[in-house]
Design a binder for this molecule. Structure first.
Ligand SMILES: [Zn+2]
Length: 177
């Protein structure tokens, strides 16, 4: 497989439930497996192809599950990665968007003051704001939270899908309902 095709395998595909409700976003690689297994069908094509020795496979942009799947509400694991994803790599104090390597997690209420390690007390924070804040409350350090941190909900996941879909016109009709 060519290098270009390898790259295409990682492109995001929107996954819809049988009811057309968006469920998640998956890489082309996995979407193709779902189609080949007969679990999902292509709703929208990407317009591009994956090439094998004998044939060309149309790359999906949106797929839909053949059978309705009940999606239980699964809370996301509390992790650095998920906090940064929720906060979209944005320092919640100064608003700068930075690569993950330049962000840290800040306990809004410091641990030394009884602050918990939880969704509603952890935010993405740049090193500058983090050292400025130190062991203080935001207001004590003259800092203001961009917004109150909350658990990663299905609503947040939808917002992320919308953001990702903004670049892909084929996703729009499924996401902006
Ligand atoms: Zn900052």
């Amino acid at each position: 497989m060519s290098e270009a095709d390898q790259r295409k395998l990682h492109a995001p595909v929107l996954v819809l439930n049988a009811s057309y409700e968006p469920i998640n976003v998956t890489p082309v690689r996995r979407a193709v497996v779902l189609i080949i297994k007969g679990v999902a069908t292509t709703e929208e094509e990407d317009g591009d192809y994956l090439h094998s020795a004998r044939s060309a496979f149309r790359i999906p942009s949106v797929i839909r599950l053949r059978e309705f799947r009940h999606i239980p509400h699964q809370p996301r694991a509390l992790s650095r990665k998920n906090i940064l994803l929720r906060d979209r790599n944005t320092c919640q104090f100064c608003g700068r968007v930075l690569p993950a390597s330049e962000l840290t997690l800040d306990h809004v209420i410091p641990r030394s003051r009884g602050g918990h390690t939880d969704w509603d007390n952890l935010v993405a924070c740049c090193h500058r704001c983090n050292s400025l804040k130190g062991d203080r409350l935001p207001e004590e350090a003259g800092l203001k939270l961009a917004r109150q941190p909350r658990p990663f909900t299905l609503h947040t996941s939808r917002q992320l899908m919308r953001l990702m879909g903004r670049s892909d016109e084929r996703w729009r009709k499924y996401l902006f309902f």
